[in-house]
Design a protein around this ligand. Structure first.
Ligand SMILES: Cc1cc2nc3c(=O)[nH]c(=O)nc-3n(C[C@H](O)[C@H](O)[C@H](O)COP(=O)(O)O)c2cc1C
Length: 185
């Protein structure tokens, strides 16, 4: 084993890049978020780690709702823009076409293939970031990103963030909950 202590950072190496949406003072605002993940299956919940300085957080607290929008690689420029520009200085609401689903205060991005509506359930003050956990109220999927009624990762073509670069999905290298059976033989 040849290892080196690399950094005291939450270095997860690869992360999905998404846009979190919230209405701030009644207007949609979107920010790029890589620190997000599935938190629970039942009730279905998603977590987002938001720095306390973010304008978007104001809206999350204000309304108790937020959205998680998964972009395609073709949305990379607009997505990164929302990660380098704050709604406190620049109005970002026209970068995308906004629509609303079940929640009147969780803005959703029309152009993105996957939109997840969340109701805020828990907020944990951890330090630089607050961990917000939202219960999923609905997941909307663009029909053209589905095959045989199921989400198709190749068609969704999500953006993967790693070490200050954006990547797209590669080849299938195994079958989940199945490849491991070969080890038993
Ligand atoms: C690739 C990328 C990932 C980011 N991930 C996060 C994150 O997980 N949490 C966070 O608080 N900020 C994150 N940011 C920074 C915010 O998106 C950025 O500060 C943004 O301008 C905040 O917008 P707002 O002030 O309008 O809310 C990320 C930025 C980029 C470019």
């Amino acid at each position: 084993m040849d290892k080196v202590s690399f950094a005291f950072k939450p270095y997860m190496t690869v992360m999905p890049a998404v846009l979190v949406g919230a209405n701030v003072d009644g207007k949609p605002n979107y920010m790029t978020v890589a620190w997000t993940g599935v938190a629970c299956m039942d009730p279905p919940a998603i977590s987002i780690a938001i720095n306390r300085s973010r304008y978007t957080e104001k809206g999350i607290i204000e309304n108790g709702t937020f959205s998680v929008n998964i972009p395609s690689t073709k949305n990379v420029v607009e997505m990164d823009y929302c990660g380098i520009t704050s709604g406190s200085k620049v109005d970002k609401h026209l970068v995308f076409e906004t629509f609303y689903g079940k929640l009147a205060t969780a803005p959703l991005i029309s152009e993105f293939p996957v939109n997840i509506e969340c109701e805020l359930r828990h907020s944990l003050e951890l330090g630089s970031h607050n961990l917000h956990i939202g219960e999923v109220v609905d997941v909307l999927m663009s029909k053209d990103c589905m095959t045989d009624g199921k989400p198709d990762p190749k068609k969704i073509d999500p953006i993967i963030y790693s070490a200050y670069n954006y990547y797209r999905l590669g080849e299938v290298v195994g079958k989940a909950f199945s490849s491991g059976k070969e080890y038993r033989k």
